[in-house]
Design a protein around this ligand. Structure first.
Ligand code: ACO
Length: 350
């Protein structure tokens, strides 16, 4: 049976570096608190008008496509993972198709937040294994800086996130010993509201909080996005940090061990774990629990913050560019995030 392999990989981060000290000027926070709780020293913020989630994804894609030794016209499917799309709809996939002047290929958008890229990789893997497509472009990209609360009220969330993009080109390989060995996808919607952005949305809270029991034409605009929502900061991401932490440190190790066991490996066989860069403390906890050495875990959240769907491909690309991944290495990608959803992919690097 065919397997899929990563034939090309690329990343793009905006030039604008925002340090913890820069954030101190906007809200009541400090470098020590941020580093101690999250490990983050700085992050990148996209240019307000010139860089979008799509444009950053396109830049990462161009590199991945070139490294795969093909052209944009050879791509036969696009999968784009993000929680910060250019538009509410349509998704970013079609904007990539347009920007790179690709053929009229399929474009799919994935909304699985922090585990979005691993989910996207898993979907692409299935299309390659069934021979439906031969060159799939998978992108994870986020422009968080556009939608965060930069007042003290929003500091527990806003200091964590950064912008950037990563992309891979997936191709088939007939060598059963290499490529993506397996992917593992999970969800538990019980805690959907613990890490979420509620508005604009069609959820029932609009009706619970206000007197929308009867249809009133004048209030239709309010239902989607009201001044109250803006004034009460209900348009920003909400996170119950401690609850996320507790669940993440259980599910990350579980899904990593699941991928290894499924393929007859143990943690000792692993050359590199690329965890979603949620928080350095979460990665360190996972490392300790699995008894992995420093050399077996790649972290770059210190430099880029948490870039959600982009964090895994950015870390993977950087690790590869730094020579930390070589042909034949066993690499595990693992992610956990809003939903909750969590996922892993075990790869024998080709
Ligand atoms: N700067 C200074 N003080 C802050 C900040 C900040 N940026 N944010 C919160 N505080 C304050 C709070 O107001 C609170 O003050 P109080 O005690 O006077 O009320 C105090 O710090 C502790 O607040 P907590 O929210 O309890 O902070 P906690 O110690 O839990 O740390 C954190 C917050 C870092 C988010 C932690 O909960 C955590 O690591 N959670 C894991 C979730 C995570 O990392 N998510 C990343 C994104 S989701 C994902 O990718 C899966």
């Amino acid at each position: 049976m065919l397997k899929s392999k990563i034939a090309g990989i690329g990343m793009y981060v905006p030039a604008n570096v925002v340090t913890n000290k820069d954030l101190e000027k906007l809200m009541d926070t400090n470098d020590e608190w941020i580093q101690e709780r999250t490990g983050i020293q700085q992050r990148r913020y996209a240019h307000r008008t010139d860089e979008t989630t799509t444009t950053m994804g396109v830049e990462a894609a161009k590199i991945a496509i070139e490294r795969a030794g093909i052209t944009a016209q050879d791509i036969d499917f696009i999968i784009f993972a993000t929680l910060s799309p250019d538009y509410y709809f349509p998704g970013c996939g079609v904007l990539v198709q347009r920007a790179l002047q690709m053929k009229e290929i399929g474009a799919l958008d994935i909304r699985n937040q922090c585990s979005g890229f691993v989910y996207a990789l898993s979907v692409a893997d299935q299309f390659i294994k069934t021979s439906m497509y031969k060159n799939i472009l998978v992108i994870g990209s986020e422009k968080h800086s556009f939608g965060l609360d930069y007042t003290t009220r929003g500091r527990n969330v806003s200091v964590i996130f950064g912008d950037g993009a990563g992309a891979v080109v997936l191709q088939p390989t007939a060598n059963e010993q290499e490529g993506i060995l397996s992917t593992h996808l999970h969800s538990d919607g019980e805690s959907a509201e613990i890490l979420a952005m509620f508005n604009p949305g069609t959820h029932a809270n609009h009706w619970a909080n206000k007197n929308y029991a009867t249809f009133n034409k004048a209030e239709i605009g309010d239902m989607f996005l009201s001044h109250d929502m803006i004034n009460n900061a209900e348009i920003y991401p909400f996170m119950d940090g401690p609850s996320v932490f507790k669940k993440a440190i259980i599910k990350f190790p579980e899904v990593i061990v699941e991928a290894l066991s499924k393929n007859g490996y143990t943690t000792e066989d692993l050359q590199l774990l690329i965890p979603h860069q949620a928080n350095l403390r979460i990665s360190q906890f996972v490392q300790q629990k699995l008894k992995l050495t420093d050399n077996q875990v790649y972290n770059n959240i210190q430099q880029y913050g948490n870039t959600t769907a982009a964090s895994v491909p950015i870390a993977l690309c950087e690790a590869w560019e730094n020579g930390k991944i070589k042909q034949g290495d066993l690499v595990c990608l693992a992610a956990f995030g809003s939903g909750f959803t969590w996922a892993s992919a075990l790869i024998k690097w080709a």
